[in-house]
Design a protein around this ligand. Structure first.
Ligand code: AMP
Length: 372
């Protein structure tokens, strides 16, 4: 099939790398001429809101999917008049707004962080009183990798926070959570409603950007928490007849003697915390997404070795030979120009819990790797 992908970033690149061996070809649409996915298929450079661009992009496609969730839903609406679009516009629109995302989480029985919508400076003043300090002001739309966020630690921060983000108009104020670690759930729902789940990783962020995901031995999440997250995701996917990969992001917090999960964001697409699945799982998240949207049987999500980890390379690139000398490591570079805070690639390590620990230790200090 000829699959159209909205967005030409590294997620699109890895989708095509997984989909081509399955017999599919790809066409990408992205406003940027420097799109990592452009080398993996046909490439249309243009604006998502331009009708003629959408016409050119859509001609001859079998179906459409997307690799980032901030694609304007108007573009999906236009394309869906003529083409099947997966995973579907309904959850795309929900995931574009942090407030509706939190409402959707509540409806499926997951707790989000305490929050209030903010649309004026007076709201922010009142909101800080209601939520308490510290708290986080976030833009409701278009935030990613920690962008569009301001942590307020004292009442004096209201002025600066409003100056920085107030112009966005629609904001949300959340309690600041002292979490133990972050995690995510990635699942894929296929034809006939079958769902496959990947094991939940332990995720580490620095500066709002994912740096490390660890799964399997040495990084197990309590089975009750995994079960709770899976049940909620299945409820949402079934209720929406969702097709493809979906990701939920969580904070894991201490509750009495045990732990609880607090739902943060959702992404109706393949996800950075699932890159380890390329080398670490029997079927990668990218292959399963392609299998789902083309109505083929989904593949097993089982780990190939007891443990795996993914380390992001951000802002600057290490010498590839230094990465390759780490036992069990595979390097992925996205061909992007280095820039502070930009994801340029990642490395995956697989093995035993001990060998993955050793590989993570060896990666510390490499350019682009920030784990502490
Ligand atoms: P987000 O864009 O909401 O995924 O936020 C990016 C990162 O900022 C998260 O992965 C956390 O590391 C941190 N963060 C976001 N919201 C909160 C919060 N309410 N409490 C503590 N840390 C947060």
């Amino acid at each position: 099939m000829l699959i159209g992908v909205l967005g030409g970033g590294q997620l699109g690149m890895m989708l095509a790398q997984a989909g081509k061996p399955l017999g599919h070809t790809f066409r990408f649409l992205d406003p940027s001429p420097e799109s990592p996915a452009s080398s993996e298929g046909e490439f249309v450079q243009g604006d998502y809101s331009d009708t003629r661009t959408l016409e050119t992009f859509g001609r001859g496609l079998d179906l459409v999917t997307w690799e980032f969730e901030n694609v304007p839903s108007s573009a999906v609406q236009v394309l869906s008049r003529r083409l099947p679009c997966f995973p579907g516009i309904a959850l795309l629109e929900i995931a574009q707004d942090r407030l509706s995302e939190k409402t959707a989480y509540r409806e499926i029985g997951l707790a989000p962080a305490r929050h209030v919508p903010i649309s004026s400076r007076a709201d922010l003043q009142d909101g800080v009183g209601a939520i308490g300090l510290p708290c986080v002001l976030k833009t409701r739309r278009m935030g990613y990798d920690g962008k569009g966020q301001f942590v307020l630690r004292g009442r004096d921060d209201v002025e600066a926070a409003w100056r920085e983000l107030g112009r966005a108009g629609q904001l949300i104020l959340e309690e600041f959570l002292e979490f133990e670690f972050e995690t995510s759930l990635i699942a894929c729902r296929g034809k006939g409603g079958g769902i496959v789940f990947y094991p939940m990783p332990m995720n580490t962020h620095k500066g709002g950007i994912l740096r490390l995901s660890r799964v399997g031995a040495g990084a197990e999440i309590e089975p009750e928490l995994e079960h709770q997250a899976r049940a909620a995701m299945a409820k949402l996917m079934d209720g929406m007849d969702y097709v493809g990969v979906l990701t939920f992001e969580f904070f894991v917090v201490r509750r009495g003697e045990g732990r609880a999960i607090i739902a943060n964001e959702m992404a109706p697409r393949v996800h950075n915390s699932g890159h380890w699945t390329i080398e670490g799982a029997r079927t990668s998240q990218f292959a399963n997404h392609c299998l789902a949207i083309t109505k083929a049987e989904l593949g097993s999500t089982a780990l190939l070795e007891p443990a795996a980890a993914m380390i992001n390379i951000v802002g600057e690139q290490p010498d590839p030979s230094a990465v390759k000398s780490i036992p069990g490591a595979t390097l992925h570079l996205y061909g992007k120009q280095p820039r502070p805070g930009r994801k340029l690639g990642h490395m995956t390590v697989t093995g035993t819990a001990e060998s993955v620990d050793r590989a993570i230790a060896l990666s510390r200090g490499l350019p682009g790797v920030m784990l502490d």
